[in-house]
Design a protein around this ligand. Sequence first.
Ligand SMILES: N[C@@H](CCC(=O)N[C@@H](CS)C(=O)NCC(=O)O)C(=O)O
Length: 215
Amino acid sequence: MAIKIYGSFRSPFAMAAGLAVYEKDQEFELVTMNMKSPEYMNNFNPFGKIPSYQDEEIILFESKAIMRYVATKFEGQGTPLLGSTVHEQALCNQWLEVHSHSFTPLIMDIFRTIFRNPEQPDASVLKPALEAFEKVLDIYEARLSASKYLAGDSYTLADVAHTPFFYMFNALADEGSQKILTSRKHVYAWIHDISSRSAWKKLTDRPDNTYYKRS
Ligand SMILES: N[C@@H](CCC(=O)N[C@@H](CS)C(=O)NCC(=O)O)C(=O)O
């Protein structure tokens, strides 16, 4: 069975799962289903969230579990994504946790604020959300001034997980808000690097990626 990812490219979590599959030189079919339908919740994710993943051996939900599974299952193919040393593996896991617990809640707050009123997001909510996110970005700036990627010299799942969120930020945030990225030299160079990869280009060039097209 071909790999299927249930979800939509509207979701950065679904995009991250798809990116991991492409980095391993595999193909996948994107299947759109109502995530709150009994069929989806009974078969693919009882929490009613996207993405979910299916191949001939397993059905999995939670994007990081999917990415780790894909990185392990196709270990000898495509880009190694788990870190090339024990040290890098540990740091990859650390930054995946940072992504879940420190990065995602804040950037999702920013996205939700913009989605509520895309033409004129509520500045009284957006400004403090951006300021809180900047404090996290300062920690990334310090890390990325010491190493090329989050886990060290190697591109890993930690970088994969972040890529779609910057893509969304680039498409949704106005020029003023973009400065929180462009003003951080190492963060900005890292975003440029991870967004220039052929697997990411292949994913965003798919005809079913109809969202967040601004460059
Ligand atoms: N921790 C989950 C988060 C998934 C998630 O929150 N997906 C969103 C789309 S971006 C969703 O399905 N939201 C629907 C809902 O919460 O009802 C993962 O990494 O897969």
